[in-house]
Design a protein around this ligand. Structure first.
Ligand SMILES: [Zn+2]
Length: 106
């Protein structure tokens, strides 16, 4: 087996499992739709394409990539308020929290 590091793998797993768990617990009746919207929170990682290299295991994405800066996080938190964008906003905030945990663990 190549030297596959545990932290990045765990990070990717959490990016799938946490939104699914939150969807099931908070919105049990609509958890599938809620989960799809929250998984869409992963879209903000497209900002990694602006960076070189696109992925660096030791780099903290918070504050580095444009969609992972604090003004952007404020927008994500605001998206949690209106009902129409709540699932997407929650997914984005979960994404940022998971990325932040990853930075702490580095
Ligand atoms: Zn990210």
């Amino acid at each position: 087996m190549p030297d596959l590091e545990l932290r990045p793998v765990l990070h990717l797993l959490l990016h799938v499992l946490v939104p699914l768990a939150v969807a099931r617990i908070v919105w049990p009746e609509y958890w599938r739709r809620a989960a799809i919207w929250m998984l869409a929170g992963w879209l903000i990682d497209i900002d990694h394409l602006l960076a070189d290299p696109v992925y660096a295991p030791g780099r903290c994405s918070i504050g580095f990539h444009p969609l992972h800066t604090w003004p952007a996080v404020g927008v994500y938190a605001a998206l949690m308020v209106p009902r129409r964008t709540r699932w997407f906003g929650t997914g984005l905030v979960i994404h940022i929290v998971l990325d932040a945990i990853d930075c702490v663990l580095m």
